[in-house]
Unconditional design. Structure first.
Length: 195
């Protein structure tokens, strides 16, 4: 069952990546393969650091409480994200940077030199869940690999659909979905650690 949780953490962390790919694609901004790989590598590094930090803190917590603490952290992050999404639903999504801002040379091609800020913004979405997963004792390498892989795949899939002109306001929907996934993961982790 840990593999399913690891997969869900990767999915929750990558929903905004899908929204970025879709949004940029509908604006006819193409994220290059090198830029997408760069974003995935930053996601790998940031989530791994968060996981290892969480794991180190998890070592200072009695073994019986690590799953409970990690699950509670993931649950609280999900609730906070849901609250912020509902509170700001009339405003533009803050998670997805404007495509024209990222495409600095306005050639409709977003290269790896233009995505540094974007890659960190997307990686910070994974940081909280990765930290909670680390506290609860999940395997850092696999969680980080899944976050990175799903980051790459979700941007590529969103980009493909966006370039095919699937126009949809996905910013708040992706934040809402990610928060519900984190809440479900947190509840499951708490319940499974108390059994």
């Amino acid at each position: 069952m840990h593999w399913l949780i690891i997969l869900l953490i990767g999915c929750a962390s990558s929903i905004d990546n899908f929204a970025v790919g879709l949004t940029y694609g509908t604006h006819e901004k193409q994220i290059t393969r090198a830029a997408n790989i760069f974003i995935a590598l930053i996601a790998l590094v940031v989530s791994y650091i968060a996981l290892m930090t969480g794991r180190l803190i998890g070592y200072s917590i009695p073994q019986a409480f690590t799953g409970l603490c990690g699950g509670a952290l993931i649950l609280l992050i999900g609730i906070w994200t849901l609250f912020e999404t509902l509170r700001n639903r009339k405003q533009a999504s803050k998670t997805i940077p404007d495509a024209d801002t990222v495409d600095k040379d306005h050639n409709n091609l977003i290269t790896f030199r233009e995505v540094l800020w974007l890659s960190f913004a997307l990686s910070f979405n994974a940081m909280g869940a990765a930290f909670g997963a680390g506290v609860s004792g999940m395997e850092p390498v696999w969680v980080a690999v899944f976050v990175s892989l799903l980051s790459y795949l979700s941007i590529a899939a969103g980009q493909w659909l966006g370039l095919k002109s699937l126009r949809t306001p996905l910013g708040h929907i992706s934040e809402f979905t990610a928060s519900l996934l984190l809440i479900a993961i947190g509840i499951y982790t708490i319940l499974s650690s108390s059994l």
